[in-house]
Design a protein around this ligand. Structure first.
Ligand SMILES: [Fe+2]
Ligand SMILES: [Fe+2]
Length: 327
């Protein structure tokens, strides 16, 4: 990647392709508010800056390798994963419309409008990548359904139902921000970080899609938790009610077959890893650990640990540390 384009206003680190932290670091360290990340920020740093650099070709990637464009377990794993992400991002975009509707002030209305567009963009980016993998446009919907329809029904539908009960049925803005930030973004963002790292040598274009989405997720996590933190600072009597929502959401998550889903996906990846070890070479998934030496369990445990750390750190920041999982 080349240097950032010249702009009169310095590019904030979290929106800079060359300097943005990983989701894990960014989710732990960045502090951003809805006032800072309103429409002017989004137009300048996201639409013109981040997306502008994809459009002008200063941020590019190599195309997918034959390991994912030819039939085989790696292609199946990638189709399943990106189809699932496409569906998840669409659901997130739809749910965001209720946060925009119930936004208590202009800053929140603007920020969540940008997040709504971000999630719709992510849905499009994951779908477009399926086309890049050679899925014919006319077969796209059927491919997504076949690759991820059952997983979506088993995991995303119950989660969406829970979120809509809080947001649509109860009109609970802060409960909704909490559910989206901790239970949706806080779980999915660390999984996306794993995805970005593991696909990089096999499909650099897929890793770039993940990277772009992950840069947005850092902002969503940071602003969402700042909104809840401010609310609880001003209205500490809301604490018990919001804690109950988190606990209910966690009970729901615990009953969803997410582990089975990840296991199936990682098992396919593992088969492909063995077949295409020469493409991956000494590439390290994290410092000191070659991707080819990792196993299903190890990668799943890493994603699970990252997810807990991200959620716990965000909950502490939001003044909901009592919900931190002691295990
Ligand atoms: Fe997203
Ligand atoms: Fe997001």
């Amino acid at each position: 990647m080349t240097q950032s384009t010249d702009t009169t206003v310095p590019v904030p680190v979290e929106a800079d392709w060359d300097r943005a932290p990983s989701v894990l670091e960014g989710a732990k360290t960045l502090e951003l508010t809805p006032e800072r990340c309103g429409l002017p920020y989004w137009f300048e740093h996201v639409a013109s800056g981040m997306l502008g650099r994809l459009a002008d070709g200063t941020v590019t990637s190599e195309p997918p390798t034959a390991a994912v464009t030819e039939p085989g377990p790696l292609r199946d794993a990638l189709l399943a994963e990106f189809s699932f992400r496409h569906l998840a991002e669409e659901k997130a975009a739809r749910a965001l419309s209720f946060l925009v509707f119930h936004a208590p002030d202009t800053a929140c209305l603007e920020f969540f409008s940008t997040q709504l567009v971000d999630e719709a963009r992510h849905a499009r980016a994951f779908r477009d990548h399926l086309l890049r993998l050679g899925v014919p446009a006319a077969e796209l919907a059927a491919t997504v359904e076949k690759a991820a329809g059952a997983a979506s029904a088993a995991v995303l539908d119950p989660l969406e139902e829970f979120g809509l009960r809080v947001l649509r049925d109860n009109g609970d803005f802060y409960g909704g921000v909490l559910v989206l930030t901790v239970l949706v973004e806080g779980v999915l963002a660390p999984a996306a970080e794993l995805s970005e790292r593991k696909w990089r040598p096999l499909d650099p274009a897929a890793a770039l899609v993940e990277r772009g989405a992950n840069m947005d997720e850092i902002r969503h996590l940071a602003v969402g938790s700042a909104v809840v933190r401010r609310h609880l600072t001003e209205r500490p009597e809301e604490n018990a009610r919001l804690l109950e929502i988190i606990q209910e959401g966690r009970r729901l998550w615990a009953g969803l077959p997410m582990v089975d889903l990840l296991f199936t996906r990682e098992s396919l990846f593992q088969q492909g890893l063995a077949e295409h070890a020469e493409l991956i070479g000494d590439y390290e998934i994290w410092p000191g650990r070659r991707l080819v030496d990792t196993g299903v369990q190890e990668r799943m445990e890493a994603a699970d640990r990252w997810s807990r750390e991200t959620q716990d750190q965000r909950l502490e920041y939001m003044l909901l540390g009592e919900a931190v999982d002691p295990t």
